[in-house]
Design a protein around this ligand. Structure first.
Ligand code: AVI
Length: 322
């Protein structure tokens, strides 16, 4: 008979087992991103309600030169390392500026989605054939260890899309501290942080009328069904979004609309749901200057400068190691 240890032989299995055995139940949003999840996230980024993408695109397009010159190295070129580039649409604005202005650089996109990395590499090879691209697949925390090896040239580490918002503050500090540890004094960290704003605008971005965000959220259950032999009846779960304007935390849940029992074969697990029981699936933290300042201080970083969009919905900050 398989023991629990042999059944839980991957991080996905282990985390699903733990999260669905806990009270209250939870699942990690990093498991939204399989092929279908990547596609749904692309659709989210194209929705009018999901203002984050457009705002960041506006910032990068308006301040291309200022940002590019912040990145410029003095001597022997630079490595531009991007964690979680997705389709690279926003980054291309900067890549084009750098290519056209004689930067000597290598672009190194790193993503947990193999599919995203492949598509981006192909797309860049077609659109910008002269660009040197050295892509990698990996999880952020694991990849950070490898970043330390990049210390011969200036390094710019870029994390766009407010991806940091999917981490609770202690994890965000751990992440920023690891980034800081991989940096030398001349290196730069360039990061997007979605800002606090009208709570309704935030709720609408995470609860669109077309139901794309709901499908994205439920994709984790579909993935458990397919990869772990689960029998979730996905239509019996409701996507629910909450935003707390005091803390700036948006939270996504899946709510069981009736009592049910779900079995997950590969985990040897039966999960009981009471009617209206919740599974917490994602946090999307919203920030202001004070919170970002505090996160930087806790992580040994300092803010060098920041750029915002017309509406002040979103900000990109440049940090250096203290
Ligand atoms: C990737 N991440 C920053 C997105 C966000 O806004 O939290 C994921 C997302 N979840 C729902 N909509 C978009």
């Amino acid at each position: 008979m398989a023991t629990t240890a042999t059944l839980l032989d991957t991080p996905f299995k282990k985390e699903v087992f733990e999260g669905l055995s806990a009270f209250p139940k939870y699942l990690s949003s990093k498991y939204f991103y399989d092929k279908k999840g990547d596609r749904l996230f692309q659709d989210i980024m194209a929705m009018p309600e999901y203002y984050l993408t457009g705002c960041e695109f506006q910032i990068l397009s308006t301040y291309t030169e200022a940002i590019g010159e912040l990145f410029r190295d003095r001597e022997n070129g630079l490595d531009l390392i991007e964690l979680g580039p997705g389709d690279g649409k926003k980054t291309k604005v900067l890549l084009k500026y750098m290519a056209e202005n004689n930067f000597n650089f290598v672009y190194k996109p790193i993503d947990i989605s193999e599919n995203a990395v492949e598509m981006l590499s192909e797309n860049l090879a077609n659109e910008m054939p002269a660009l040197t691209v050295d892509a990698e697949v990996g999880e952020y925390f694991e990849v950070l260890e490898r970043l330390k090896g990049f210390n011969k040239r200036k390094k710019v580490i870029m994390v766009l899309g407010s991806n940091i918002g999917n981490l609770k503050h202690p994890k965000a500090i751990e992440f920023l501290t690891k980034l800081k540890d991989a940096m030398l004094p001349d290196d730069l960290l360039f990061m997007g942080f979605d800002q606090k704003k009208n709570p309704q605008t935030i709720l609408d971005a995470y609860n669109d009328k077309a139901g794309i965000t709901a499908a994205f959220n439920k994709n984790v259950l579909i993935r458990i069904n397919r990869e772990l032999g689960g029998n979730f009846q996905v239509e019996k779960f409701k996507h629910w979004e909450m935003y707390n304007p005091e803390t700036g935390t948006a939270k996504s849940f899946l709510v069981a609309t009736e009592a049910m029992q779900v079995s997950i074969e590969k985990l040897g697990l039966t999960v009981n749901f009471e009617q209206w029981e919740t599974v917490h699936t994602e946090i999307s933290q919203k920030y202001d200057d004070k919170i970002v300042q505090w996160l930087a201080e806790q992580s040994g970083l300092e803010i060098e400068t920041s750029f915002t969009d017309e509406k002040g919905y979103y900000k990109n900050y440049a940090f250096r190691k203290v």
